[in-house]
Design a protein around this ligand. Structure first.
Ligand code: ADP
Length: 492
């Protein structure tokens, strides 16, 4: 029996899944690791913890699958995006903790880039808006704040990588120094049109080019693992950032295909094929994963607070004891009774981009109760997603007929039905929820000849489908209510 190993290195935990030829899960393991908060708004991980957790889950998943490293046909890696690691080329030692995507320490510098008028230039090259979220400002911070770092970087002694790069480097004992298009496109240093590191951006950020990894297609040969580290030489042949891996896992490989991941936040991605769509609604353009040499362009939007609003109902308001219970409560009432919740806890993202907005509950009448509030919170996840879908349709000129979904909150049938109703689209929820890991496995399996694209289409399995059952008039009225609520959440 031969298998594909998928390593899913996420923000709070690391998973390894051993997939068999049928795409079934033969073994699986998960480990959490420490989140480090040195100051308010700062988030770090220890690269050693990350690598340790990866080695741990690989061993565990292989035991569960009753397999050896030698049984692996290939390895796929998917990872938390943008998180930045800089290490010594010779010793392999990181010169600081990893700066996590959520970390806001470089917000001021990103704001300065905006104020200095660099936003259009950065957008044109990278498809991104200047923000602390992306790797570029984090690398710069390390070079400027770790003693001696800049000189060492200029002498070619230091390497930069996102987590995929660091893992490959460690697994191969320094022989693989590479990343893939999807991860590179989140650094804010990569030109998504020429598909090269952008020299002008490197100059602007003052980052030496010799620190940067080679950039390769997501599905292809990156190199082999080291025998001493893993026990055998296994090809690493699939790499993609988590959201793009999930998009590929859903087999959203055609222009206009859309997936939404309902987790703590939501990530909505649309494959726009060979056309880079210029957004006028504050969405970002990025690169997707593909089976071939050329990556597709992807339009991406995110909802900051989605499943997190359900956690808020549970932990702050104490209205429910588990996230799943929200569904039972929502079904107890026939509608929201005019109650809307806008969970703008940290402001509003696309298409509003209003950092000063704050959460509100509005439209309360004497008959409104707990069930209405819970229902309105679930509905807010769908409304925020609908705002993004609308923006994507406007930007791309493409129709959205169905959306493929995954993530914890996609298990909520009420939410999925409401999304279908309010967006007037079909929702397709696959049986397996491990779309991110599956996407990385698919990319690896295609590259090493384990699977063909046709086989993957066959493996896809069934979907639970939700179809729109709301009249156009009802939808319009509901959306008007939402827009009004959003305007009330905004201060300006
Ligand atoms: P992440 O990867 O962002 O940690 P997950 O995909 O594991 O997120 O999903 C967890 C989130 O989904 C939590 O915020 C939780 O509140 C929400 N969630 C999980 N199950 C349900 C459910 N049945 N209904 C609504 N929300 C849910």
């Amino acid at each position: 029996m031969r298998y594909i190993l998928s390593i899913d290195q996420g923000t709070t935990s690391t998973r390894a899944i051993v997939f068999d030829e049928r795409g079934g899960i033969a073994g699986k393991a998960q480990q959490e690791f420490a989140q480090i908060y040195p100051r308010a708004g700062w988030v770090e991980h220890s690269p050693r913890d990350i690598f340790g957790s990866v080695m741990g889950v690989i061993a565990e998943a292989l035991v569960m699958a009753d397999a050896d490293v030698g049984d692996l046909a290939g390895i796929g890696i998917t990872n938390q995006r943008e998180t930045t690691i800089v290490w010594d080329r010779r010793t392999g030692r990181p010169i600081s903790n990893a700066i996590v995507w959520q970390c806001r320490r470089t917000a001021e510098y990103a704001e300065k880039l905006r104020q200095d008028g660099y936003a259009p230039f950065i957008y044109e090259r990278t498809g991104l808006v200047p923000d602390a979220y992306f790797s570029a400002t984090k690398i710069k911070w390390i070079l400027e704040n770790v003693q001696g770092a800049r000189e060492r970087a200029e002498r070619g002694e230091l390497l930069f990588g996102t987590v995929d790069t660091y893992l490959m480097w460690r697994l191969s004992k320094g022989r693989i120094f590479a990343t893939d298009y999807t991860n590179a496109s989140r650094t804010m240093l990569f030109n998504i049109h020429t598909r090269r590191w952008d020299e002008d951006l490197l100059r602007l950020m003052d980052i030496p080019a010799c620190m940067l990894p080679a950039v390769l297609p997501s599905s292809g040969f990156f190199g082999v693992t080291d025998k001493e580290i893993l026990g055998a030489e296994v090809p690493v042949c699939g790499v993609a950032g988590d959201q793009q891996a999930a998009l590929f896992g859903h087999l959203c490989t055609h222009k206009g295909d859309v997936k939404n991941t309902y987790g703590t936040g939501c990530f909505l991605l649309m494959n726009t094929g060979d056309k880079a769509v210029k957004s006028t609604n504050g969405l970002v353009t990025t690169l997707g994963a593909s089976a071939g040499e050329i990556p597709p362009y992807v339009l991406e939007g995110s909802v900051f607070v989605a499943g997190a609003a359900i956690q808020w109902l549970r932990d702050e308001l104490g209205l429910i004891s588990s996230a799943a219970e929200s569904e039972t409560w929502a079904r107890r009432v026939k509608d929201n009774a005019g109650v809307y919740i806008v969970p703008a806890f940290t402001g509003l993202g696309a298409p509003y981009w209003d950092a000063s907005a704050r959460g509100i509950i509005c439209g309360i009448t004497r008959g409104a109760g707990k069930a209405h509030i819970i229902r309105a919170t679930l509905e807010s996840i769908a409304y925020q997603t609908q705002d993004l879908i609308e923006a994507m349709k406007r930007d791309s000129g493409l129709d959205v007929n169905f959306i493929r979904v995954d993530g914890g909150a996609s298990q909520n049938n009420f939410l999925m039905q409401f999304q279908a109703d309010i967006s007037g689209v079909g929702i397709e929820r696959p049986q397996t929820v491990e779309m991110t890991a599956l996407g990385a496995a698919y990319l690896a399996g295609l590259a090493c000849g384990y699977w063909t694209m046709e086989q993957l289409e066959e493996l896809k399995g069934g979907y639970t489908r939700f179809c729109c059952s709301m009249s156009g008039q009802e939808r319009l009225a509901a959306l008007q209510g939402w827009k009004l609520a959003v305007s009330r959440a905004r201060l300006r």
